[in-house]
Design a protein around this ligand. Structure first.
Ligand code: C2E
Ligand code: CA
Ligand code: CA
Ligand code: CA
Length: 280
């Protein structure tokens, strides 16, 4: 179903026709600043559902690149490059800006929504990035408990001490923390105890196997049980049908995200959805 979207077809054709050996991707990097200015890069919001109340409680902010010639380029194909070329701080600050702008607007009209932003663990070790991000957050005036930072589990594991120190700092300042792509790293469930996080996000590869695969179901069930014992919320991502959502409800999962609930969308579209289906 994912590939059946118009954009999906365009992306696929695009990569099949990668005849210059990927040189276009390198060239893309030279267009980054222009794209940040022009609106070619923009941030989409994908709704998150409170499974118990059945209301929308917030969104994950996801970067999008609508290239004027090449069309939509998926983040997985430019973020690693941006990261390698040392531009991930600029891109992440852009996403943080857009997320804060949305939050401030929503809080201003009494729309009580949370926003989750992806920050790579490598950035958590950069003092100047943390300071720049904090300055943006403070000057935005948003209520901090509405902001969640998602950090991928595998990345956090590469240098646990540094990542944990930065996480503690953010947590003390009142920001929520989430472990992204949980289950794909090498960590044991007990390692989770050491991370100062509020929430874990079970990777979509397990979520999508939930209704067919007994071992995925066992992993999800035990993850949810342990997380709850540790006082953590559990988000499941990649929910594409009702059967999957109902199975997660059965297992006491807290929050659901996926195409079945809503695709990543423009801020104004999310606002309308939230006004009509908010949890509060
Ligand atoms: P992620 O953080 O794991 O984000 C979830 C991805 O799953 C998103 O892909 C989302 O569109 C997709 N998704 C959501 N629901 C479903 C579903 O039901 N089925 C399927 N098959 N997929 C679903 P997207 O937007 O292409 O982003 C890919 C990755 O790029 C993200 O994975 C994240 O790691 C990274 N990314 C996106 N935006 C940013 C950003 O602003 N900063 C950084 N550092 N990374 C970002
Ligand atoms: Ca994420
Ligand atoms: Ca994820
Ligand atoms: Ca991912």
């Amino acid at each position: 179903a994912t590939r059946a979207t118009e954009a999906g077809y365009r992306w696929e054709r695009y990569f099949e026709g990668d005849e210059d050996g990927g040189k276009w991707r390198i060239a893309l990097l030279g267009e980054l600043d222009e794209a940040l200015r022009s609106g070619a890069l923009w941030v989409a919001f994908q709704p998150q559902l409170d499974i118990v109340s059945g209301g929308i409680l917030g969104a994950e902010a996801l970067i999008r690149w609508n290239h004027p010639v090449r069309g939509p380029i998926p983040p997985d194909s430019f973020i690693p490059l941006v990261e390698k070329r040392g531009r991930i701080a600029d891109l992440s600050l852009f996403t943080v800006d857009r997320a804060l702008e949305a939050l401030r607007k929503w809080q201003g009209v009494g729309l009580d929504m949370s926003v989750a932003v992806n920050i790579s663990a490598t950035l958590l070790k950069k003092r100047d990035f943390l300071d720049a991000m904090w300055e943006k957050i403070e000057s935005s005036g948003v209520r901090l408990d509405a902001l969640t930072i998602e950090i991928t589990e595998s990345a956090a594991l590469e240098d646990p001490e540094a990542a944990i120190a930065a996480m503690n700092e953010l947590r003390e300042r009142g920001i929520r923390l989430s472990v992204d792509d949980y289950g794909t790293g090498q960590s044991t469930l007990t390692y989770l105890r050491k991370l100062p996080v509020h929430e874990i996000k079970i990777d979509k590869s397990f979520v999508q196997g939930l209704t067919e695969n007994a071992s995925d179901r066992i992993l999800i069930r035990s993850t949810i049980e342990l997380a709850h014992e540790l006082g953590l919320k559990v988000v499941a991502e990649g929910i594409e049908n009702l059967e999957c959502l109902e199975a997660l409800k059965e297992l006491d999962c807290d929050i659901a995200q996926g195409f079945f609930i809503g695709r990543p969308m423009e801020a104004t579209a999310f606002e309308m959805l939230a006004e009509n289906g908010g949890a509060n």
